[in-house]
Design a binder for this molecule. Structure first.
Ligand SMILES: Nc1ncnc2c1ncn2[C@@H]1O[C@H](COP(=O)(O)OP(=O)(O)OP(=O)(O)O)[C@@H](O)[C@H]1O
Length: 670
């Protein structure tokens, strides 16, 4: 990151959060406004590479365009070292980036993005501006409650309608998206609609209609008929064919006309779209066209959803194989069910599934097995080298990690020896009470298990203070005391900062920083949650930064990778949100279960539904396995690299399960 820019910005109203990309004319940074926490993109404009006239030209276009589907420019900042544009930050990156993710986009989402682009263009066209460079690289994305929203950016080579035709700069652009007339230096609003037609083709077909070197592409755009794959519904084929007419007069006459045609075709093709999509995995959230903006969730609805997670349905576990979800869910489920049935019912222990139940199996006349008694419902499980930390409503317990490792190791050993007829008794484990609080609390433990951040929720529910613990000595660090935890610079005093709002989650960003998440409530109604405030503190309690996310969240989990978190969103029952914090990037992945818990592993993510269904995703969000675990989970965690811990609660009893994923043939690469 440019040292000078950082120094300048230290004195400015923005705090840099990270480098986002590099364009022809300078770098783009993600920054937050120091007072409001609003995220912005700072586009550095190198004065040598971006001559003043070009720069003023783009600024003239940008400042005149204020629309939800155009990346808004707020200001121009001058520093002694340069100048930069302050723009809306688009945390979803470019449409090109989304298309390159190996997650196929739902056709309805593709149509919505196309309509978004057309609405943005309609606004620009109504002000006499032709973009002239529409392509996925110039479409940025923001994430909202109803899915991705596309915003047109980069008006660098835009032209006014009345500017002279045949202008030498008129034929600059990207040949793959250029309308035939653009190769002759001519342009009009219909040239932009042609480019949108190519993009729509590419979104639905997965490739562009013409490819090759620029000369070949020019020839194809001018002469070659467009061949549309039969997989694209007929109604939409007609829209693409009209947009890609060689003669501008035969295309849609305005962006608004094309929006109407896309909407009619989308309705006509609804059934076909669903069928096309049936075999592939996609964003299954219902989407409407055009974007009906629903940026918030009702506070009560979120509370009810969260409540549902805590008060799980009651079922007895570990003593009765029928409580382990098994039937009707495919081969893998059946496989796990069989393993459990053999383990419990026939006194065999074939490996692959190890359970420690709160009710010892001797009660049913069976041999003794290790039993982990869970005194309370576990709300959060964290696995560190020092042990497995189980957090209940007001206490933190630590189980020796060996207990679980022993369980997994024994399965493996037994599976290898084919000694499926013996039950190996495991040690009874008594969890150690690490801390007890007089009120509800949240806690996060750093990856090395050296320190812990704790927020005890105050009764007034308006404020909460953040406290820090040295876990090697198992003690809370008092505000003003000197931190002596290993790895810290000695002599730094601990603070106990007050959080802006009561948090609903604490996460560790890396070995030095903790992030507090709190809901942002609509100031007018006080009943809608519109987003999430993230406040970042050092492990000594110094406030570092704060910024807001535009989407409400209901559950957040730290990821294996620093500055990455995984979250579930209220209202988005079939998806999981991958969040990178530095710089902010959001990726929503569609899944075909309703996850209520998510855990992160070095190889990907584990999602678990209330009925025990478990889906494993790799780091790119592809499904690598699915099977059924115990029902009524209250918390899950990964026991690296191949163990999965599941806490359940029912009938006043709790249980901790360990599943050895290697035994399940789930296609994971460890
Ligand atoms: N407002 C923004 N919000 C988020 N990311 C942005 C924003 N603007 C740009 N970016 C990111 O920064 C990268 C560089 O953008 P920039 O517009 O400077 O260059 P470019 O798109 O490569 O084209 P050019 O240099 O020709 O204008 C983009 O690829 C995009 O990922």
């Amino acid at each position: 990151m440019s040292y000078l820019l950082v120094r300048e910005l230290k004195r400015s109203k923005y705090r840099l959060l990270g480098l986002v990309g590099q364009g022809q004319f300078g770098r783009v940074y993600c920054a937050s406004h120091r007072k409001t926490g609003r995220l912005v993109a700072l586009k550095e404009l190198d004065k040598y590479r971006f001559p003043t006239h070009k720069f003023l030209r783009e600024l003239r276009f940008l400042l005149s365009l204020q629309h939800a589907n155009i990346v808004t420019c707020h200001a121009l900042e001058h520093t002694p070292t340069g100048r930069y544009l302050v723009m809306d930050y688009c945390e979803g990156g470019t449409l090109r980036g989304l298309m390159e993710e190996e997650i196929q986009l739902h056709p309805v989402q593709c149509l919505k993005l196309t309509v978004d682009v057309l609405l943005g263009l309609d606004h620009a066209h109504s002000r006499g501006i032709v973009h002239c460079d529409i392509k996925p690289e110039n479409i940025l994305l923001t994430l909202q409650a109803d899915g991705w929203t596309a915003r047109v950016s980069d008006f660098g080579i835009a032209h006014l309608h009345q500017e002279s035709l045949g202008d030498a700069s008129g034929n600059t652009g990207s040949p793959a998206y250029m309308a035939p007339e653009r190769f002759y230096g001519q342009y009009s609003v219909k040239s932009d609609l042609y480019a949108v037609g190519i993009m729509l083709f590419e979104l639905l077909a997965g490739h562009r209609p013409f490819s090759g070197v620029p000369a070949a592409m020019m020839s194809a755009h001018l002469n070659q008929p467009v061949k549309i794959p039969a997989t694209i519904p007929t109604a939409l084929q007609a829209v693409i064919l009209t947009a890609l007419q060689k003669l501008p007069a035969r295309r849609f006459q305005s962006a608004a006309q094309m929006v109407a045609a896309v909407q009619v075709a989308a309705n006509a093709a609804q059934l076909e779209l669903e069928q096309t999509w049936a075999d592939s995995r996609l964003l299954r959230s219902p989407l409407t066209l055009p974007s009906s903006v629903c940026r918030s969730v009702q506070k009560d609805a979120l509370q009810a959803e969260v409540q549902q997670l805590v008060t799980v349905p009651i079922l007895t576990v570990a003593t009765n194989p029928s409580t382990l979800a098994g039937g009707g869910l495919g081969e893998k489920h059946e496989q796990v069910y069989q393993v459990c049935r053999r383990y419990i019912g026939c006194r065999t222990y074939p490996g692959g599934f190890w359970a420690a139940g709160a009710v010892p199996l001797e009660n049913e006349g069976r041999s003794s097995l290790a039993s982990v008694r869970l005194p309370k419902a576990v709300k959060k499980l964290l696995v560190r080298s020092q042990g497995c930390f189980a957090m209940t409503q007001r206490s933190i317990y630590r189980f020796p990690i060996e207990l679980f490792q022993q369980g997994v190791a024994q399965h493996t050993q037994m599976a290898q020896q084919h000694a499926a007829s013996t039950i190996v008794p495991l040690q009874h484990a008594v969890p150690e009470l690490v801390a007890e609080f007089s009120r509800d609390f949240l806690a996060a433990i750093d990856a090395q298990g050296r320190w812990m951040a704790v927020a005890v929720l105050e009764p007034d529910k308006v404020t909460s203070a953040l406290g820090f613990w040295n876990l090697s000595q198992m003690q809370a660090l008092k505000p003003g005391s000197r931190s002596s935890s290993s790895g810290s610079r000695s002599g730094s005093a601990i603070h106990s900062p007050c959080l802006t709002a009561p948090p609903f989650h604490l996460a560790i960003a890396d070995s030095r920083y903790v992030v507090a998440f709190s809901h942002i409530v609509d100031q007018g109604t006080h009943s809608y949650i519109t987003g999430v405030l993230l406040e970042i503190f050092t492990r000594r309690g110094d406030a570092v930064s704060a910024f807001s996310l535009p989407v409400p969240l209901r559950q957040v989990v730290d990821s294996e990778t620093p500055y990455h978190i995984v979250a579930l969103e209220p209202g988005h029952t079939h998806s999981v949100l991958l969040i990178s914090l530095k710089p902010l990037k959001l990726l929503r992945i569609g899944v075909d279960i309703v996850p209520i818990f998510v855990a992160s592993a070095s190889w990907g993510y584990v999602l678990m539904a209330a009925d025990g269904q478990i889906v494993l995703l790799d780091r790119c969000g592809r499904v690598t396995g699915r099977f059924a675990g115990p029902a009524s989970p209250t918390a899950i965690a990964v026991l690296e690299p191949y163990g999965l811990l599941i806490a359940t609660w029912g009938n006043g009893e709790g249980a901790l399960y360990t599943i050895d994923l290697r035994q399940l043939d789930v296609g994971l690469v460890f």
